[in-house]
Design a protein around this ligand. Structure first.
Ligand SMILES: Nc1nc2c(c(=O)[nH]1)N[C@H]1C(S)=C(S)[C@@H](COP(=O)(O)OP(=O)(O)OC[C@H]3O[C@@H](n4cnc5c(=O)[nH]c(N)nc54)[C@H](O)[C@@H]3O)O[C@H]1N2
Ligand SMILES: Nc1nc2c(c(=O)[nH]1)N[C@H]1C(S)=C(S)[C@@H](COP(=O)(O)OP(=O)(O)OC[C@H]3O[C@@H](n4cnc5c(=O)[nH]c(N)nc54)[C@H](O)[C@@H]3O)O[C@H]1N2
Ligand SMILES: [Mo]
Length: 766
């Protein structure tokens, strides 16, 4: 008999699962309804991917034999012992009880940051938080690595990021009305492959090509020209990294000097321009040329062009992942207000067309299914990127958004669905801090570097091995993600694992509410159906959806133009800022008295940049952007990601002249280094990158050679061996991965083998 294809959803897209005559899933195909499907997940069934699965529960040898806290410096170095599920669950439940009783739930870090997999019920972060809440709570994290600075800044001055993201004017309206589109950091096609929970219809390429076809002019301010593809001409302004705030302030300066700013708009819709304007003194185009490397005459003419025509200014999230990363965002909002086009079709600002597929979608917004997480009895939290600081400074304080937080004393770290040895900055420093907890528990699908550095690793299923519901914000389709195969090895759903642990800790019924997976899917789906209907969006009943394999949301479409209601009547539709207006000057932020984030947009030198003293020793600015061939570190071991590697390493893009000055040829093995670390990578030459800038995309699994020394060589090309682990400012404490200087040399010594993609050693119990 023939087996019908089923669907599966990943953050990067939907795939059709093909089965053989025996019902075995054999191949994945692109989703037929997607005009621009992503190749990232095509090999999810491959042997290369399966090879690295965690197959059985495993416990680090010293921990198993000597108990919590034993030889923490051996994490990642020593063998694991595989154990039965019953024993593994017993160990975890007892250890949680021990930490709760001898310390308290304030000693459990369950922040567990990470993207997990698509699928709303089995979302690992939701599951771990629901579980830890039921057993007394945990220290959580706030904000994200994605938007550390913007999530804190934007609600003070305009609106929360999530609201702004889903308000972005759709592509067809942009094509019709926008005349000049100025992007800071491009609109990278590679990034828009992703939408959290599952991209179903990729529309960014079509959107950009449509704008170009209607004659929109594009100016791209970026160190890396390949981040904007419109199918036509793009003017490239090759800016020095981390200096965009200076450029934008100089654009503001020109507008004011030439009386081109929209006084009516500023008076009606904003507060604080009078306090900001004097700070522009001296910040003219000539001043900005020295900082940014963009010729002064072009800055002046660009400001005039912007004022003369319907203009959108769009900024990418990468710009705020930098030291003082609040400033380019605040400056951009200020510039858009001076241009006076906020709320007009094709005009105003965008906080990123491109980072994910969501922005510019015209599909209705409705509430998707989500697993309730309960309430957390512990109030302690950290800004997410202060994780290493927390471990190193228990009892220490950290300023954050107007308050001082105290770092808790963490004894147990519980992680499900993230990879801190991918996402955190300065991984050599994290390696040292990682010794602090007495116990580290991971649920993982794969033997990632972080899993290999844990004490107890529990094998989790992938979304191909369980039933779930795919839903992404402003995507047209809900996807019935049907189980396509049996779990590999003894892998179990995170839900099953937490259910069992909860049972042992007397919370089993509270955790499962008596439902199995299918009952949960139906329950969560029907709840979301009721809420969506209230908002004017109809989705079919669950059984019909599951039977059909997918569902299309029908109904009320969106307000087409970003912030149009506010523009139409700011009294009736005030913003949620203290004044109800856009805050060019924020009394609130000024009142915090932070020297690194004053009350209005300004330019402050980053701690490292091409104009700083450090550049004498480390003259290359390293950008570590999101990888084209994967989502973060996920599927780094798949054939698709492998194909981009050179000599088994991550390529580092550099300008031919920077390479020639160092005797480097295309494809050479390189050592990238600074005072914090060093890694190996391979040269990929391109004249589409600014001189003095190099790009080492994230995602190569962390692969330190040896250990113990302060600065081990990372062998695979993980940029977080080099990045700096401080906060963007006292306001946000956001991660600043894009602020990083390095030097590069040819690596002529015999190349050490890459061992990132390996299963750890297993030994019998001693
Ligand atoms: N230098 C530098 N560093 C960066 C960035 C940068 O720009 N530059 N970007 C930052 C950003 S924006 C982000 S969002 C972070 C991303 O950092 P992370 O979200 O931590 O990265 P992922 O690689 O997606 O890790 C997800 C992990 O979850 C596991 N997983 C997937 N599904 C499941 C599941 O169902 N159950 C369980 N138990 N596990 C599962 C995967 O195997 C994988 O190991 O990285 C940040 N780091
Ligand atoms: N394929 C793929 N897509 C992804 C992800 C992934 O891992 N893989 N991750 C997703 C996640 S979690 C997030 S948060 C988003 C992040 O989205 P972004 O933060 O916007 O993405 P990046 O790729 O880091 O950077 C985008 C562009 O900004 C440029 N840029 C960097 N620094 C500067 C600067 O100082 N000035 C200017 N003008 N430009 C600069 C970079 O060269 C790059 O081309 O991407 C999402 N999309
Ligand atoms: Mo992110």
């Amino acid at each position: 008999m023939t087996h019908q294809r089923t669907l599966t959803a990943a953050h990067w897209g939907v795939y059709e699962v093909e089965y053989d005559d025996n019902g075995k899933a054999t191949r994945l195909h692109p989703f037929s309804k997607d005009p621009d499907p992503s190749p990232i997940g095509l090999h999810m069934l491959s042997d290369e991917v399966t090879r690295l699965r965690v197959r059985r529960p495993a416990v680090r040898k010293s921990w198993l034999e000597k108990g919590p806290g034993a030889a923490p410096e051996k994490r990642g170095q020593e063998a694991f012992v595989e154990v039965e599920w019953t024993e593994a669950l017993d160990l975890v439940a007892k250890e949680l009880k021990r930490v709760k009783d001898t310390h308290s739930n304030r000693s459990i870090f369950g922040g567990s940051y990470g993207w997990s997999s698509a699928g709303r019920f089995h979302h690992a972060q939701s599951q771990v938080h629901r579980f830890l809440n039921l057993v007394g709570g945990y220290v959580r994290h706030q904000d994200s690595y994605s938007l550390g600075a913007a999530r804190v800044l934007m609600p003070h001055i305009v609106a929360p990021m999530d609201e702004l993201m889903s308000m972005h004017t759709p592509w067809d309206v942009m094509a019709e009305h926008c005349k000049l589109f100025v992007s800071f950091g491009g609109v990278p096609h590679k990034n828009s492959q992703i939408n959290a929970g599952g991209a179903t219809k990729h529309h960014v390429k079509g959107g950009l090509y449509g704008m170009r076809a209607k004659g929109v002019r594009f100016v791209n301010v970026t160190p890396t020209a390949d981040d904007l593809d419109t199918g036509g001409d793009v003017e490239w302004l090759a800016i020095r990294p981390n200096t965009d705030a200076a450029l934008i302030l100089a654009l503001c300066h020109t507008l004011m000097a030439e009386n081109l700013h929209d006084r009516d708009f500023l008076a009606r819709y904003t507060v604080g321009f009078d306090k900001f304007a004097p700070s522009l003194a001296g910040k003219d185009a000539a001043w900005a040329e020295k900082i940014t490397g963009i010729p002064a005459p072009r800055i002046v003419s660009l400001a005039r062009e912007m004022a003369a025509t319907r203009t959108t200014v769009s900024i990418n999230w990468s710009l705020q992942r930098s030291h003082h990363g609040e400033q380019p965002f605040w400056a951009l909002i200020t510039l858009a207000c001076m241009l006076g086009q906020v709320g007009l079709p094709g005009g105003g600002f965008a906080v990123g067309y491109g980072p994910v597929n969501l922005m510019g979608s015209a599909f209705p917004k409705y509430s998707g299914p989500t697993l309730p997480q309960g309430t957390n009895a512990v109030s302690d939290f950290i800004p997410v990127a202060r994780f290493t600081d927390m471990l190193l400074n228990p009892g220490g304080t950290v300023p954050y958004n107007g308050r001082n937080l105290v770092y808790p004393d963490i004894k147990l770290v519980y992680w499900a669905g993230g990879n801190p040895f991918h996402h955190h900055q300065d991984l050599n420093r994290l390696m040292l801090a990682w010794r602090k907890p007495e116990t580290i528990v991971f649920h993982e699908q794969f033997w990632t570097p972080a899993a290999r550095m844990a004490d107890i690793v529990l094998p989790a299923t992938t979304s191909l091995e369980r039933d779930d519901i795919g839903y992404g914000s402003r995507e047209p389709y809900l996807i019935a993600m049907k189980k396509a195969r049996e779990p590999v090895g003894e892998a179990r759903d995170d839900y099953w694992i937490f259910g069992e642990l909860a049972r042992q800790m007397g919370q089993g019924e509270a955790y499962t509410e008596g439902r199995d997976t299918m009952a949960w899917l139906k329950h969560l789906y029907e709840l979301s159906r009721v809420k969506s209907a209230e908002a004017g969006v109809a989705i079919p009943a669950f059984d019909e959806f599951w039977q059909a394999g997918m569902a299309e949301a029908q109904g009320k479409t969106r307000e087409p133009v970003m912030l149009a209601a506010f523009r139409a009547d700011p009294d009736k539709h005030p913003l949620k800022t203290p004044s109800g207006r856009i805050e060019i000057f924020s009394e609130k932020i000024a009142s915090f008295g932070y020297d690194d984030c004053p009350g209005h947009a300004t330019w402050m030198e980053p701690i490292e940049w091409l104009g700083s003293k450090t550049a004498e020793r480390y003259p290359l600015h390293m950008l570590s952007d999101q990888p084209k061939d994967k989502l973060h570190s996920q599927l780094d071991h798949s054939p698709h990601a492998h194909a981009t590697k050179i000599k088994g390493r991550q390529p580092v893009t550099m300008h031919p002249q920077d390479a020639a000055a160092r005797g480097i040829k295309d494809g050479d093995l390189l050592r990238v280094f600074n005072d914090r670390g060093a890694c190996l990578a391979a040269a990929q030459l391109s004249d589409r990158i600014r001189r003095g800038v190099v790009r080492l995309s994230t995602g190569a699994w962390f692969d330190p050679a040896g250990s113990g020394s302060n600065q081990p060589l990372e062998k695979h090309g993980n940029p977080n061996a080099l990045t700096l682990d401080i906060g963007a400012s006292k306001l946000s404490q956001g991660c600043i991965a894009q602020t990083c200087l390095v030097e590069i040399e040819r690596f002529d010594a015999p190349a050490p083998a890459v061992t990132a993609h390996r299963v750890p050693e297993f030994q019998p119990r001693g």
